[in-house]
Ligand binder design. Structure first.
Ligand SMILES: Nc1ncnc2c1ncn2[C@@H]1O[C@H](COP(=O)(O)OP(=O)(O)OP(=O)(O)O)[C@@H](O)[C@H]1O
Ligand SMILES: [Mg+2]
Length: 367
């Protein structure tokens, strides 16, 4: 049904909606400009979700907290100078940016950390797959695609969009093959990224309206597995007689040998390495992470009056099996589903009470 509303009422509703929209924009902007979390506080918040990766999380939290603190302060100063015009402040402010390279095995929390940190800071987050870039190859188009994604993630707010975080996924896949035979396509994509990361302004033509958006204040996090990068670093360490963990010795030099452009890596001064998750990490993800897939299953069963009780040795069996799949924490979800799938079908409506899952239960289900 389509009710007729008077012109006066229509206008009143539209006004209210506009006021609400403006309030939301102000709040979102305010939250960024007044960003006040210390690196330690941000790390503490990350700890609720991301298990393990202690060293890496520390560097991530520090880099992200400093980025938003620096941006917030610069914008505030500029706003005070030019009478509260945020667009102008965004355009005039220049802050040095420390983008991040995040290196680690699949499913160990790279994208998850970047996404969680964005939501903790209160900025939009988008993931851009760089392998897609090499196909299109056209830098201008890539840039406006990213800006559109940011704008959508920012709920249509152009100012907030320009302060978001872009996760450049599979950055290791655009490495040139071998330094000796510079792969032209990979190199071209990397060159194109230089400008994007540094800050380019694009105008989005929306028909009625044109929006000039820039990536100048966007924080870029480039993530990848970087398979065999450890061997590159180790080789250099052996040559110089260095000992210790390769992750502590990683230099730009090694990334260049791997196939990354020196100029591009210069724009990503913060280097973070994540480790393979241990059995204990995987168990902790099941029991301690706020996003734990097990907690979700427990809550689901509870709605049917079933108390899912997983014994510690069963948790360990799930973690060990997941480790065999070599997909990091991703394996946990599919294994839990395989373990519980039958009872999820059978028990609701037919049984209430405790469903105890021990090691033999797991073994039976995972044959
Ligand atoms: N350290 C962790 N703590 C808690 N949960 C984790 C952790 N690592 C991974 N997970 C879980 O596994 C999922 C996949 O992890 P994520 O997307 O971060 O992988 P990734 O490191 O980006 O891997 P890829 O290189 O394949 O993209 C996450 O959504 C999260 O649910
Ligand atoms: Mg990822």
């Amino acid at each position: 049904m389509f009710d007729h509303i008077s012109e006066q009422n229509r206008r009143r509703i539209l006004e209210k909606l506009e006021v609400r929209r403006r309030q939301q924009v102000d709040e979102a902007v305010h939250q960024i400009i007044e960003f006040a979390k210390t690196p330690a506080e941000l790390k503490n918040d990350l700890d609720r979700f991301i298990i393990g990766q202690e060293k890496g999380k520390k560097i991530m939290a520090t880099a992200i907290a400093f980025h938003y603190r620096r941006l917030g302060h610069a914008l505030k100063a500029s706003l005070a100078d030019n009478g509260k015009d945020l667009d102008q402040a965004l355009r005039q402010t220049r802050t040095p940016k420390a983008n991040i390279v995040l290196i680690g095995p699949t499913g160990c929390g790279k994208t998850y950390t970047a996404e969680t940190a964005s939501s903790l800071v209160g900025v939009p987050f988008v993931v851009e797959d760089l392998t897609k870039f090499s196909e299109t190859g056209y830098v201008g188009q890539n840039t406006s695609d990213i800006l559109v994604d940011l704008l959508v993630a920012a709920g249509g707010n152009p100012q907030v969009a320009q302060m978001g975080i872009v996760y450049l996924d599979e950055v290791d896949k655009i490495a040139s093959e071998a330094a000796a035979y510079r792969d032209v396509s990979g190199r071209g994509v990397q060159k194109g990224l230089l400008k994007l990361v540094e800050g380019v302004e694009n105008t989005l033509d929306l028909g009625k309206e044109r929006l000039a958006l820039s990536t100048k204040h966007v924080l870029f996090i480039a993530g990848g597995v970087f398979d065999r990068l450890d061997a590159v670093v180790q080789k250099r360490m052996d040559l110089h007689g260095f000992t210790g963990n390769w992750q502590d010795h990683l230099l730009t030099e090694d990334l260049v040998v791997f196939g990354m452009e020196r100029q591009l890596m210069g724009r990503f001064p913060v280097r973070v390495t994540y480790d393979m998750l241990t059995t204990q990490d995987l168990m902790d993800i099941l029991t301690r992470s706020e996003d734990s897939p097990l907690k979700a299953y427990v809550a689901d069963f509870k709605t049917w009056g079933i108390d899912l009780a997983v014994k510690p040795e069963a948790l360990k069996a799930v973690a060990l099996r997941s480790q065999q799949e070599r997909t990091g924490a991703r394996g946990l979800v599919s294994i839990l589903h395989r373990v519980l799938g039958e009872d999820m079908f059978r028990l609701p409506g037919a049984y209430t009470g405790v469903l105890e899952v021990d090691e033999s239960y797991i073994r039976r289900r995972l044959q």
